[in-house]
Design a protein around this ligand. Sequence first.
Ligand code: ADP
Length: 499
Amino acid sequence: MGDFAGNDIQKETHAFLERDHQLFIGGEWVKSASGETIDVVDPATERSIATVQAGGAADIDQAVNAARIAFESNEWSDMSPSTHVDLLLRLADLIQRDASIITELEILDNGMPLNPGGAMAAPLAVRLFRYYAGWVDKIGGASLPVEAPRTGRKATAFTRKEPVGVAGQITPWNYPLGMIAMKLGPALAAGCTVVLKPAEQTPLSALYIAGLIQEAGFPPGAVNLVPGYGETAGAALANHNGVDKVAFTGSTEVGKSIVRSATGNLKKVSLELGGKSPFVVFADADIAVAAQMAAFSSFFLQGQNCMCSSRIFVQEPVYAEFVDALSGIAAGMKIGHGLSPETQIGPLISQQQRTRVLDLIASGKAEGAEVTSGGNTADGLGYFLQPTVFAETNQNMKIAREEIFGPVTCVQKFKDIEEAISLANATDYGLVGSVWTEDLHTAHMMTSAIKAGTVGVNNHGLADITLPFGGYKQSGWGREFGLEGLELYLQTKTVSVHY
Ligand code: ADP
């Protein structure tokens, strides 16, 4: 099956691609009401690889009803903690069993290279489901002192943590399986039921996982999957009054529309949005290491990643050395199909995305920034774009202000720590930041000054599942991963008893 730029895939992956992919609602595979379909394209070859039924408002309505029935059923709400833990662990085991198939699907769907993005995806999902399985029987409230005035009786009070209800989850295409697992894991551990709408560009790993959810034996309706377009299925889910909570990862613009949609029934909202993350290199840093890590964090997933170090600030004495090192690394990166183990840079998700990024590169050149590496498309089929480094940038340039979501980074000089802080924070976003230095004072000054949800010293964007992850400013609401990620799906009930 060498039709993926000379790379083979397993026969099981091939068989999955060939299936008639339907919606998963109430524990059954069903056709979409409209019969509309999505053509799934391998962005590295521009070839169609699968056809998926596209859900719309009517299907979302059915899925929300199924999730509500499941939420209120005894089978789900009275499930014993040990059965609940076992279900999540079984799902993790099934993902581990099929990891090699899921990895191939993820690469074909999104374009990400096997190393490192593709190879990390299934193990991340396995770890997430195991981690949140571990929380299921540890969710507890508190026993609190309380007075019982006027009754003459004794009083006691306690809190219970209860699931929020039906969760609508809307995920993006840039790291499909990771995004799905980081939402499903905590929602299911908390006892919510779910309607999931994956990105229209990348529905395959979600469809595969829905099959494993069925195989694991989750009660019908606990997880419902409706692939579909954002403006139809996504908007219907965000608007639906039967949804108690919506969790969204994607662009800031759509995030704002989700907030507006949520006002109908004041559903709870959590958002993980864009970033324009500063990567601040002081003169005493290990420049070779900093340049390597800047290349990694700028070009991981072709820069289509919200943590991307898209604004690199370098102190004057080491600026030229750093630009040379980063540009050299970028120029040497191997572009190709994600299935090939040597590939370091895969394609962008679509022609539309590549055109957007090329327009931004053109604007950078027009505004006087200097391209020190890349800047062009690669020859042949596939939405490839060279990893691109801009030097001599400044804060007024569009490339230094807007989230590019492509393999493009901007390097800029600074003089001293005051200037570094002011540049790092000169953005509406606040997802990630990093400081590169061996000086303890500088490190602590910067970590307290940078306005971002995750700040690294000599690392950038370390998003471990145990660590709360989310944004300051317009990068989002709430924190995913860790205990805070679970709490997004819980609400507190206070119970007081006079006896
Ligand atoms: P990107 O710019 O990275 O494609 P989007 O924010 O457009 O990110 O998409 C992220 C997710 O949001 C996808 O699942 C997409 O289908 C969905 N989406 C897009 N537009 C809307 C909308 N108006 N309402 C709800 N979901 C939407």
